[in-house]
Design a protein around this ligand. Structure first.
Ligand SMILES: [Zn+2]
Ligand SMILES: [Zn+2]
Length: 50
């Protein structure tokens, strides 16, 4: 099961693992995504800072 998030390249053997991953990393309402490394942050401050 591949993560449907555009930048994310993670894949999981079980759908359950994908759900856990998605809610942990992509489910935030406000998410700022780094175009270089694909990491997402809840606050723009964190994005700029990393
Ligand atoms: Zn993902
Ligand atoms: Zn980055």
């Amino acid at each position: 099961f591949h993560c449907p998030f555009p930048i994310c390249r993670e894949a999981f053997a079980r759908r359950y693992n994908l759900k856990t991953h998605f809610s942990a990393r992509h489910a935030q309402i406000k998410s700022y995504i780094c175009e270089e490394c694909g990491r997402s942050f809840a606050r723009r401050y964190d994005l700029n800072r990393h």
